[in-house]
Design a protein around this ligand. Structure first.
Ligand SMILES: [Zn+2]
Ligand SMILES: [Zn+2]
Length: 181
């Protein structure tokens, strides 16, 4: 996305098939501003059918993360994949996203975040940004936070997602700063 950044480390936004260039660029801009990294948009994995589970009619996000981690280009510090497919991990009915704790890869699904179509595009975009910053937080070794307004709070419902802010609480902010040194 930004060729002027040359050899600096960067965050890679990796859309799967079905995610628009507009959304990828918007998410990239938001997470880049937030974490202070240059961002590149490049699809490492268009097709995630290998992670499809026909019994559940969903995609197993852990398998996608493992695959993405093997595809990281040089100087890529984190990979944020975006998909419109419904994701799960075996112990949960669904997830909005998943991350490798203190690892390189995370993924966010728009599938349930845009389920209520009467909502404005802006509100849905805000949800996707919040979940993206949340999952990237896990890759910087942050765990779930009890503070309901903190972006690292675990959300069971879309109401929870809408309620939380786009910021880390002071405690998580310190942990993030330590992890980014
Ligand atoms: Zn989480
Ligand atoms: Zn927090």
């Amino acid at each position: 996305m930004d060729n002027t950044t040359g050899r600096l480390p960067f965050i890679l936004v990796s859309p799967t098939a079905g995610i628009s260039a507009e959304l990828s660029a918007g998410i990239g801009e938001s997470v880049g501003d937030f974490f202070g990294y240059p961002v590149k948009v490049l699809s490492l994995l268009q097709n995630i059918d290998f992670a499809f589970n026909s019994d559940r009619d969903q995609y197993h996000s852990t398998l996608i993360l493992e695959k993405l981690a093997t595809l990281a280009p040089k100087r890529c510090v984190k990979i944020l994949a975006i998909t419109d497919k419904d994701l799960f991990i075996p112990i949960l009915t669904h997830v909005y996203g998943e991350a490798q704790l203190n690892g390189i890869a995370c993924i966010v699904s728009t599938h349930r975040l845009n389920a209520d179509f009467q909502l404005s595009k802006k509100k849905i975009f805000d949800r996707i940004v919040k979940e993206s910053i949340h999952e990237l937080g896990h890759t910087f070794n942050l765990r779930h936070c009890r503070d309901h307004s903190c972006i690292m709070h675990y959300c069971r419902s879309l109401d929870d997602v809408d309620l939380k802010s786009t910021q880390y609480c002071r405690y998580c902010e310190v942990l993030l700063a330590d992890a980014m040194v």
